[in-house]
Design a binder for this molecule. Structure first.
Ligand SMILES: NC(=O)c1ccc[n+]([C@@H]2O[C@H](COP(=O)([O-])OP(=O)(O)OC[C@H]3O[C@@H](n4cnc5c(N)ncnc54)[C@H](O)[C@@H]3O)[C@@H](O)[C@H]2O)c1
Ligand SMILES: O=C(O)C(=O)C[C@@H](O)[C@H](O)[C@H](O)COP(=O)(O)O
Ligand SMILES: [Zn+2]
Length: 344
């Protein structure tokens, strides 16, 4: 299956969901990966890539390495191998590799091409699509980065065969996100079907990618509707940051964050208690955490002001409206937020 993202300024590209074919690049290519992914799949990938010159840049594995020093190391590899403006980076790994490769590509010699070959469920259904790239710093998550679209995305679900169960669950959280915010039929399908089944996970990948591609095609730079893809993230990013990126996987923090957003939606009458419970049950079916004890609620709230969606000192929340629809709002009172956070 092929999904297209249609964008201005020659930035359109295709997302191929299928077994990886041979890829030919008449230019210098660097594969960016980490020891875990390369251990499982690099030999296979190398049989598929034909390039004028190919090298591999291996960076450490983990969200805690998604920072500027690692970008410097990646750029150093590119300079050492004399990459020029026609050269290409290939992101081969999960969302961490994808976000960092995209960011390095966006700044190397003021911007070169890159390709996404995502290998986690989360990166196949979400992170490899849409051109958000970046890194974390001490102030928070993804606060430094660029919109830089890949020239193509190659999603091969066969890579998921080596993915640990917990990582699979983290990917399911972002699938649930797409369904709750945009598609009630998809949500009901998820309730009725087991994603551990090979046929079903392929359907869910295609559905999620199509949903995200449609949103990004309408709003590349998150000026409007794209903010809905941040459902659960306003809360989730704070959880990741205050637990030093070493306790919850991104998808898990988003799972908890969606439950917080749901509690807020119930409080202000956008969602019923029954709908809230259905989302919780679906997440728990894949062992995604749905609760989190906040140490200092005021401090947690203050973090929201660094969120990239917050403008003019107003926090923006993405709240579900029933199942399959959502509202982007900066009109939630601090009292309501504090109350749900205290009761969580
Ligand atoms: N740009 C976006 O639109 C976007 C969207 C969602 C998430 N993200 C970002 O993506 C990151 C999370 O991505 P992730 O969940 O893929 O985490 P990740 O990149 O850390 O990968 C998870 C783990 O799985 C390992 N792994 C990767 N592929 C594997 C495979 N096939 N078999 C076995 N192990 C494998 C990795 O080495 C890592 O240890 C976060 O930094 C998040 O902010 C970005
Ligand atoms: O593509 C988007 O837009 C998203 O919001 C996807 C999210 O799953 C992803 O985690 C994204 O990086 C979060 O947005 P950010 O702008 O806060 O980094
Ligand atoms: Zn996310």
């Amino acid at each position: 299956m092929t999904v297209k993202i249609t964008l201005p300024h020659d930035n359109s590209y295709e997302i191929f969901i299928d077994e990886l074919n041979e890829l030919y690049f008449d230019r210098k290519v660097v594969i960016i990966t980490n020891p875990t992914v390369s251990g499982f799949h690099l030999d296979y990938l190398k049989t598929k890539i034909k390039a004028r010159e190919l090298s591999v840049c291996t960076i450490p594995d983990g969200e805690e390495y998604k920072h500027m020093q690692t970008i410097e190391d990646m750029l150093a590899h590119c300079f050492t191998h004399r990459l020029d403006r026609k050269s290409l980076l290939i992101a081969f790994g999960g969302g961490v590799i994808g976000d960092m490769t995209g960011f390095a590509a966006s700044i190397y010699q003021r911007g070169i091409d890159f390709v996404q070959i995502p290998t986690t469920l989360l990166s196949q259904v979400d992170a490899s699509v849409g051109g958000k790239t970046g890194i974390n710093n001490k102030f928070g998550k993804n606060l430094v980065g660029a919109f830089h679209q890949p020239i193509a995305v190659y999603i091969d679900p066969n890579f998921l065969k080596t993915l640990p169960k917990r990582e699979f669950g983290a990917g399911v959280a972002e699938i649930v996100k797409m369904a709750v915010t945009f598609n009630k039929d998809f949500f009901e399908w998820l309730e009725q079907n087991d994603l551990n089944d090979d046929k079903n996970i392929r359907i869910a990948i295609a559905k999620s990618v199509q949903t995200k591609a449609d949103v990004v095609s309408q709003d590349e730079k998150e000026l409007g509707i794209r903010a809905a893809l941040n459902y659960g993230h306003t809360f989730g990013h704070v959880i990741e940051n205050e637990t030093n990126y070493d306790t919850y996987l991104h998808g898990e923090a988003v799972g908890i964050g969606m439950c917080m957003a749901n509690a807020l939606a119930v409080k202000i009458g956008l969602m019923s208690k029954d709908e809230e419970l259905r989302v919780k049950n679906l997440l728990e079916k894949y062992e995604i955490p749905t609760t989190y004890k906040i140490k200092d609620v005021e401090d947690f709230y203050e973090h929201f002001f660094l969120d990239k969606k917050s403008l003019d000192n107003k926090i923006k929340f993405i709240l579900p409206v029933g199942l399959g629809d959502c509202k982007i709002t900066n009109e939630v009172t601090k009292n309501d937020v504090i109350e749900i956070l205290k009761g969580f």
